[in-house]
Design a protein around this ligand. Sequence first.
Ligand SMILES: NC(=O)c1ccc[n+]([C@@H]2O[C@H](COP(=O)([O-])OP(=O)(O)OC[C@H]3O[C@@H](n4cnc5c(N)ncnc54)[C@H](OP(=O)(O)O)[C@@H]3O)[C@@H](O)[C@H]2O)c1
Length: 234
Amino acid sequence: MPDSTHGVVMISGASRGIGAAIARDLLAHGWSVSLGCRAPQQVATLSPDRQINCQYDALDTASDERWIAQTLAAFGRIDAVIHNAGMMIPRSVLEASDDEFDQLFAVNVKAPMRLSRKVWPHLKLSGRGRIVMLVSLSGKRVKSAQSSLYAMSKFAALALAHALRRLGDEDGIRSTAICPGFVATDMGTALTEIPAAKMTQPEDIAVLVRTLLTLPNSASIAEIPVNWTVEDNY
Ligand SMILES: NC(=O)c1ccc[n+]([C@@H]2O[C@H](COP(=O)([O-])OP(=O)(O)OC[C@H]3O[C@@H](n4cnc5c(N)ncnc54)[C@H](OP(=O)(O)O)[C@@H]3O)[C@@H](O)[C@H]2O)c1
């Protein structure tokens, strides 16, 4: 990208939670953002010159092409994509139906794989393309029965981030998986009684994302585990 403050970043699921915090942070630090949201008309525009809100549904296999085209029309380049849109179905692998499996994998795994494939030529052109996958500590370990179906999808999402990291090496594309424990969003607070104030804050994740976008190609970071508490390994 031209310099560290003028890149163009696509963020999926930017209507609320972690995605919205990433958008606010990047806008405040001079980036241009293209927000992919299911209901873009309901998303606040903080910076009309450097922000567009586009319709994107991870379950609509054509919406990513429209979103990419709108981003190029508005800003002329794409330097980074933040795969943030995601869902949690709190079911164990023994309880989950085939339909629940398919839905979870469609949103958490297939959609970021498809979007990466379509945006790849533009990241290559950037010379310092960045991919950030919002994975989870559930992509690193299976913490509970209730989270086990979700964990399967996030293990796959982690593999996707590593695969893209390998593929992008020669072209200056750096791919990183951020793996948080509980984050204080609608998703995080619905899953546990832990007070939101104790959890990792969405704004903390936003600082990590901005750091990944700002670092030069010589700093290739595979994973960032980040936890609100201390577990044996995380
Ligand atoms: N919160 C946590 O504790 C936690 C921990 C580890 C990892 N993560 C991961 O971090 C990411 C963001 O989570 P969050 O906590 O911010 O969740 P959230 O508050 O539930 O927000 C989820 C976001 O994803 C969007 N989304 C869901 N399904 C979508 C679809 N089919 N197409 C497009 N957008 C879709 C939602 O859009 P709508 O507003 O339209 O519903 C919303 O913007 C997810 O990948 C999640 O798995 C979260």
